[in-house]
Design a protein around this ligand. Sequence first.
Ligand code: NAD
Length: 476
Amino acid sequence: MPRTISAHNPRTGEEDYEFAVSTREEIAAEAEKLRAAQPAWEAMGPEGRAAVMMRFADALEAAAPAIAAALAIDTGRQTVAWLEVNGCVGNIRGWAAKAPALFASLPSEVEPSFTPGVEIVPAYSAYPLFGAICPWNFPVILSHIDAVPALMAGCAALVKPSEITPRFVEPMREVLAQVPELPLAYIMGGPEVGQALIEEVDYICFTGSTATGRKVAEAAARQLIPANLELGGKDPMIITASADPEWAAGVALRSSIVATGQACQSIERIYVAREIADAFLAKLVEGAEAVELTYPDPAQGHLGPFIFPPQGAKVQAHIDEAKGKGARVLTGGLIEELGGGTYLRPTILTDVTPDMAVMREETFGPVLPVTVFDDIEDAIAQANDTEYGLSAAVLAASLEEAASIGARLDAGAISLQDGAMTSMVGDAANESRKSSGLGPSRMGNTGLLRFLRRQSLIRQTGQALTIDAYAEGARG
Ligand code: NAD
């Protein structure tokens, strides 16, 4: 009998779904099947693959109600579940539309070499088997965000969704059955299945925590395969004295608490100029207190339960440690257990100091620690004083002012006059910095181009040398 894992329902606290963990043999067999299918897939060319991907998008769109329903159980949220499925459909159609032109733009002309008599002809081929290891916070979007451009590049794709949120896979497999030419498959399980996947593939994309990212990078190094890592963040938002405090409070609140703050690009630290701090905090508290939990009615309200129960305890520990070190809680601050789910109302902290965990470690909850600053230079230095470098945001009176500050922030994607835009803008190429990631951007053209290996056909148009050219005494 295969080993099974039980998945938990974040609204009820019940373990009400069970799935079989993929065995080592099944993973190897799936990889072999995909490898066998990949040459024909690559040979279809970008237009041929795009046509199949468009059918995949259509089938996924038709199955959206079933997939969004499964996802809504695993994540405890309905609107975001639909946004994820629709976003995934858009991602497939977007790459299918874009890829043929991207391939056509690749240099293919004969290039003269600076070695006399030699010409170089570029050629490109995809890494045969791509693998993805994915997190639980946006299960559908993040299980396909890299796989779709990899498929469009000509790779076959083997994906391991998070074992915390597995329910979408069953209806997704029914979608895949309608597109049999598509070399895409899922394997199921936890860390050991992730490690087994790394041993089977030629390129691994990982989205998840920084701690796990390091283990994935080590395993990829042992296999000598490229690893693209999209990891955690501690994104800062700077709000200058010229910004309108009410507008800034609205943007900051949304950017911090959407999806219960369980997003890598959530704003997790706010630096506000003293001139507007009181007005800003008053509006922030007002906005936070108007936010409603999606309990008891899952179709009403803004903030759902924590998807992964231990996350609630971790967030509470950050709040408690900050309080113990002198932080003030302006609103929120206490985890609530409701109907079996774990919830937290938006929590605003002031009098925070840089040594607190809530200022240094990823919190991944609806918590807004606010620091008041007197000098913009100090705000920039504090915003950059972090091991992370995923993204950041600046709010000011003008785009010009925001841009001049944003350019000095040490992160991959900087939202100006808004926050956490990385989640909404899928084509803004950026590379995460420091402990937030490694490798080429998943956004923009490199999202696909990273999966192509450049080959050079080196033509000798003159005389090939003989061994006598290397004979001792031949020089000069
Ligand atoms: P996680 O690191 O716990 O797990 C991610 C995946 O890795 C899961 O599928 C898990 O089964 C697998 N895994 C765990 N241990 C492994 C190992 N030793 N070897 C191989 N695979 C292993 O992350 P999570 O808690 O699921 O997700 C939340 C984290 O993801 C947060 O830190 C968040 O910031 C990050 N994240 C980053 C981005 C981004 O684009 N940068 C996007 C979303 C989430």
